[in-house]
Design a protein around this ligand. Structure first.
Ligand code: DHB
Ligand code: MG
Length: 219
């Protein structure tokens, strides 16, 4: 097989079929997002399940998400925290938050999810700390701001996941003028340099093309 975006997608669809399966609540959340004309940039199904498994592997009971979008990843993580667990999720767009609220409630995990509407930089200072897992998936230009708050709102042992660190390989383009790529790269440098974190990153190919995740531990 040639390594092409089509082949990545076919293999990802296969993995999704055998490891994730059909999921009416999640599919309804995606349909609602599409119907509302929101960007279709949620995490891939296999990545949503990865977030769910990470939450459970860590025994996380308090999860923070920055970037709710339509609530797809939120539902995956809310399922992982258990009935007594809580997900606080921050969404800058009020219209997106409304769509997410309906989908999260319809998925049966509404009691576990607290959606805070506002820009991350405004909402994060209002939160109490002690999060067990933090998922950063919002405007890439602010990744260093979000990582700084992740260190403050976490504790030693908190797991931090950052979406979209691959960006079609553009992170190595020193001449890029793409502010998302620059923000992503600055976040990665911070994870490498800032003594509050120990981190790595994995590139991925699949339904979202060539991208990846950073995984960090607050030390
Ligand atoms: C973009 C943002 C995302 O969170 C994502 O997963 C893919 C793309 C973007 O803004 O380009
Ligand atoms: Mg993303």
């Amino acid at each position: 097989m040639d390594s092409t975006p089509g082949a990545w997608r076919a293999a990802d669809d296969f993995l999704t079929e055998i490891l994730v399966g059909r999921d009416p609540a999640l599919e309804a959340a995606l349909a609602a997002q599409r119907e509302a004309g929101m960007p279709e940039i949620e995490v891939a199904p296999v990545a949503g399940k990865l977030l769910n498994l990470l939450v459970r592997m860590c025994g996380a009971r308090r999860v923070l998400e920055i970037g709710t979008l339509g609530g797809y990843s939120t539902i995956w993580m809310a399922r992982g925290v258990g009935a007594e667990g809580r997900v606080v999720t921050i969404e800058a767009e009020a219209a997106h938050a409304e769509v997410a609220r309906r989908s999260i409630d319809a998925a049966g995990v509404g009691e576990r999810v607290d959606i805070r509407v506002g820009r991350g930089a405004d909402v994060l200072p209002t939160l109490a700390g002690g999060f067990d897992l933090i998922f950063i998936d919002a405007d890439k230009e602010s990744n260093t701001v979000y990582l700084d708050w992740a260190a403050k709102l976490g504790r030693p042992g908190t797991v931090v996941v950052v979406d979209n660190i691959g960006r079609d390989g553009e992170i190595v383009d020193a001449d890029t003028s793409d502010s998302k790529v620059i923000g992503t790269r600055e976040g990665l440098r911070m994870l490498g340099d800032d003594p509050r974190f120990d981190a790595t990153a994995l590139q991925t190919v699949g339904v979202k093309g060539w991208d990846g995740f950073a995984l960090a531990l607050v030390v």
